[in-house]
Design a protein around this ligand. Structure first.
Ligand code: NAP
Length: 259
């Protein structure tokens, strides 16, 4: 399927690895020029070069922490005029509700709620003026099926979800769609670190922690960054213009719900 976005330009945050990289690659395959971001400059530049070589698109890199005001300024400056925004950042650490204090919540809110909101506030007005835009926020399955040990993530993602529910309906008239893409467990460094936590807590091997988790998923495997990226690219395509304010869940059927 031709996604109809060849020649457009996208900012994909936190994209040197994992799900962000999957989205960057799928957009590049559709002919979209990229602004890519991550904190580590070396891995970012290597991924960017691989994407340039493979897909022949233009890629600008901005190495910075996108959850800080300074990082956001740099990314926004490089991304002026983009047609597509994919927000993403690392997720908060797991833990117990009794362990978290105000500062932990502020960090989680900054990273996973206020950062995507700041990026939307900076880049969506231009999209509206030009009459076309796509925003996809990478959130989490925890929006629909909260995971107790990820209480910081549950809280911050719920805040962003509420913001998007209202705002997406205020900008849709100008040709701009905002939606959220909710990963269930996917095969990335983040999943390996979550499996590591279970392995330590339960005194089992990391492989057994993974097998245990896979057994709870109807498809019996973790998702891939390529599958995730392909869905993101579709949500950024010409064909997705009627999709507004949705929370699209990719979890292999793990969450048993109808909404
Ligand atoms: P990942 O494999 O750990 O990749 C993270 C990517 O983001 C790397 O490129 C990393 O590069 C970059 N990054 C992290 N923090 C950043 C920051 N503050 N500023 C700029 N770049 C940053 O993570 P992932 O699995 O792709 O997950 C992406 C998001 O989906 C996370 O919020 C995660 O919580 C959520 N999620 C993932 C899963 C899953 O199974 N994978 C499930 C549910 C939700 P640097 O380290 O160099 O910055």
């Amino acid at each position: 399927m031709d996604l109809g976005i060849r020649g457009k330009r996208a900012l994909v945050c936190a994209s040197s690895k994992g799900l962000g990289r999957g989205c960057a690659e799928a957009l590049a395959e559709a002919g979209v020029d990229l602004v890519m971001n991550a904190r580590g400059a070396e891995a970012l530049e290597q991924t960017a070069q691989e994407i340039r070589d493979r897909f022949g698109v233009e890629v600008t890199t901005v190495a910075c922490d996108v959850t800080t005001p300074e990082g956001q300024s740099k990314v926004i400056e490089a991304a002026q005029g983009v047609d597509i925004l994919v927000t993403n950042a690392g997720g908060p650490p797991p833990g117990m509700w009794t362990d978290w204090d105000r500062e932990d919540f502020i960090r989680a809110l900054d990273a996973n709620m206020l950062t995507p909101i700041a990026l939307m506030k900076a880049l969506v007005p231009g999209m509206m003026e030009r009459g076309w835009g796509r925003v996809v926020n990478i959130t989490s399955q925890s929006v629909k099926t909260p995971i107790a040990v990820l209480g910081l993530s549950n809280s911050a993602r719920a805040g962003l979800t509420g913001f998007v529910a209202g705002t997406s309906r205020q900008v849709a008239h100008a040709g701009v769609t905002i939606n959220n893409l909710l990963p269930g467990i996917h095969d990335t460094d983040r999943a390996a670190s979550l499996d590591g936590g279970v392995s330590q807590k339960e005194g089992i091997s990391v492989e057994d922690a993974r097998r245990k988790r896979e057994a709870t998923i109807p498809v019996r495997r973790y998702g891939t960054a390529a599958e995730f990226g392909a869905t993101c690219a579709f949500m950024c395509s010409q064909h997705a213009g009627f999709m507004v304010g949705q929370n699209v869940l990719l979890d292999g059927g793990a969450g048993n719900q109808t909404m």
